[in-house]
Design a binder for this molecule. Structure first.
Ligand code: HEM
Length: 377
């Protein structure tokens, strides 16, 4: 619910807010493109970084393609794999530029206003740089699973940090005075941690090519318990210059263990999120009931997509959707946790909302803060 006392602010802050919202949308596209690249086995579509077979863009001319084959005789150029990789990289660079601009606007706006989340914007920039480094290592370390999973997790972390920045700058989800709902904050945080772990297990399943070892529901083929081998499934192998594409370093038992862990993780995650939604429905009012239904809906969609991955033997569109909906589920929980953390008793919430924003000097800003003052007198 919007806070009616929220006032538009200085130009720099306004631009920061706009950019944060735009960046959230572009990053959602990049996450989907990244999933499409990885899941269509195009992660090594360009064997070098930041160029692609030595070209700034994908080699197009016959001459450039001949040079690509000369440079990388062991990794023949396949346009259908190079394109997704390069499109993903170009979009990712755009995010980097947007984050630099956001950090700049935040630093500038903070000179006039106290409550601009400068540290948040600068942290986001650092996170996105780290994410870029993981992108590069994904290629240069030939799909080393810890790096691929790290790339997925840092991508989700970058998106979440961006989304939180947009939430902090926006007037939405301020206190609604529902103090009873605030008691569910610890459970919401726990649910978020469980979900992050489940996402990490999903990344580990995909990056170790363990998606197709279990073809039966609900856990795996009968007798799966006898095959479990946790030390091999979760060992961090040393990188020795070999390619990890299709995980030749793992046997079937290790892959089965990874897959089974993700399935059992799904059951635990579903139980925790379901409990949270039920308690929200029982104790919360207004927006928390809407949160509960959204959570249940997105959770059901995610489990449905996971099951479809198995039943339909991992169609690309379903695998990409399973990745994107995991991100959506995380953001629903992040927004819920943010909202719960903002809850204050109605009197305190009103007092906080009434506090004047720090003054700033721009012409436009002066007009905006002056208007309500005139009405009062
Ligand atoms: C709360 C529930 C779940 C969450 C949050 C979740 C999340 C994820 C994530 C983030 C990935 C990685 C995708 C990628 O790397 O692009 C993944 C992969 C996978 N998940 Fe789930 N998952 C859930 C439930 C399930 C269920 C119930 C199943 C099956 C019954 C399932 C089957 C799979 C499979 C087979 C993969 C590997 C996909 C691939 O290699 O392309 N997931 N999951």
């Amino acid at each position: 619910m919007a806070n009616s006392t929220f006032r538009p602010t200085s130009g720099a802050r306004l631009w920061l807010t706009r950019l944060a919202v735009i960046t959230v949308f572009i990053t959602a596209i990049v996450v989907a493109l990244g999933a499409w690249t990885r899941l269509s086995d195009a992660g090594l579509g360009c064997p070098d970084w930041p160029t692609c077979y030595g070209s700034i863009t994908v080699p197009l001319s016959e001459q450039a393609i001949a040079r690509a084959h000369e440079l990388y005789p062991d990794q023949p150029f396949v346009a259908a794999k190079a394109w997704p990789e390069m499109i993903h990289r170009h979009f990712a660079k755009t995010i980097g530029l947007l984050c630099i601009a956001m950090a700049g606007f935040a630093i500038y706006a903070a000179r006039r206003e106290k409550d601009v989340p400068v540290k948040h914007a600068v942290f986001l920039l650092l996170l996105v740089c780290l994410q870029g480094a993981f992108g590069a290592w994904t290629v240069t370390m030939k799909l080393f699973p810890p790096v691929v999973t790290g790339h997925l997790l840092f991508g989700f972390a970058s998106f979440t940090t961006m989304f939180l920045l947009a939430l902090r700058l926006s007037p939405f989800l301020r206190s609604s005075g529902d103090v009873a709902a605030r008691k569910l904050l610890p459970l919401a945080v726990l649910a978020m941690l469980v979900l992050v772990l489940q996402i990490a297990l999903g990344g580990w399943t995909a990056s170790n090519y363990a998606a197709t070892v279990c073809i039966e529901l609900p856990v795996c083929q009968s007798g799966w318990q006898q095959w479990l081998n946790f030390p091999d499934a979760f060992a961090i192998h040393t990188y020795e210059g070999t390619t990890f594409e299709f995980a030749p370093h793992l046997d079937a038992a290790a892959k089965l263990t990874i897959h089974v862990s993700h399935r059992i993780g799904a059951m635990v995650t579903t139980a925790v999120l379901f409990l949270l939604a039920l308690l929200l429905l029982a104790r919360g009012a207004g927006r928390y009931r809407r949160f509960a239904w959204t959570l249940l809906l997105v959770l059901a969609l995610q489990v449905g997509l996971g099951v479809s991955n198995i039943v339909f033997h991992l169609p690309l569109a379903v695998a990409v959707a399973h990745n994107v909906v995991a991100l959506l589920l995380l953001q629903v929980l992040v927004a819920l946790t943010f909202s719960l953390s903002q809850e204050r008793a109605p009197q305190i919430a009103k007092a906080v909302a009434r506090q004047p924003r720090p003054q700033f000097q721009s012409q436009r800003g002066r007009r905006q803060t002056a208007r309500p003052e005139r009405k009062k007198s």
